[in-house]
Design a binder for this molecule. Sequence first.
Ligand SMILES: NC(=O)C1=CN([C@@H]2O[C@H](COP(=O)(O)OP(=O)(O)OC[C@H]3O[C@@H](n4cnc5c(N)ncnc54)[C@H](O)[C@@H]3O)[C@@H](O)[C@H]2O)C=CC1
Ligand SMILES: CC(=O)C(C)=O
Length: 259
Amino acid sequence: MPLAGKVALVTGAGQGIGRGIALRLAQDGADIAIVDINVERMEKVAGEVKALGRKVTTYRADVGNRDDVQAAVDHTAATLGRFDVMVNNAGIALVGPIADVSPEDVSRILHINLQGVLWGIQVAAEKFKTLGCKGKIINASSIAGHDGFAMLGVYSATKFAVRGLTQAAAKEYASHGITVNAYCPGIVGTDMWVEIDRRFSDLTGVPLGATYKKYADGIALGRPETPEDVAALVSFLARGDSDYITGQSIITDGGLVYR
Ligand SMILES: NC(=O)C1=CN([C@@H]2O[C@H](COP(=O)(O)OP(=O)(O)OC[C@H]3O[C@@H](n4cnc5c(N)ncnc54)[C@H](O)[C@@H]3O)[C@@H](O)[C@H]2O)C=CC1
Ligand SMILES: CC(=O)C(C)=O
């Protein structure tokens, strides 16, 4: 149990990759704070964490709102008694050609994918400093943060931005013993990809399922990624074995994008 006695907060943990991370860190021994905008989903995952024998708390927050993130972190430390790991996982996709992007689209995705990670880093790091904790901050980027994907232009830009923030934060907080890294998944079969596939189908006329299959067929290891595959990397980044790694954005994609 490499995380026994630790407390981890995971944003966007109501489903998909965030749920997978919350359950994996609980299996590793951590108590878990589940943060999401969707209360019903959070409560379901909280039940699954409890069934693993760990303490759990939930907090409804919009990660793009700094006051919400501050309240979620304060609630976590107060309720679970400490705070060691911050996983800034929540994110949304935006599918469409650059020609069609509206100012409203850009504001919404920057609010969640960029500001959500920024506030998560800022609030968690300041809390770790106050608590005297050599905490770990782990951010969701993507293979689209290493390689710009057509029809996912603004999404890709937000994931490149997460890599930049991760590097800068790693340098700023290293003297406090705080590490900051990112995980970069590939093609993961979550609701996000159901929505991406549907939008590609609407926009280009390809059949439903065809876009997901096209990308999944390119994976060297021969299958799409699962939330558990992603969670295995996050588990490593959350525990002591990764103490000498900071500022890195590590690809986990079964062999699709090579950097
Ligand atoms: N699914 C994939 O293939 C990949 C996903 N990623 C990234 O992994 C992360 C998780 O993705 P998935 O699990 O696939 O997505 P998902 O759409 O299945 O789940 C996202 C979760 O985030 C929550 N959420 C959305 N906006 C929020 C907000 N403003 N505040 C708090 N919670 C919010 C949703 O309620 C949901 O529970 C995202 O950052 C995504 O960009 C990266 C690479 C590939
Ligand atoms: C959703 C996402 O990040 C990719 C690359 O599929």
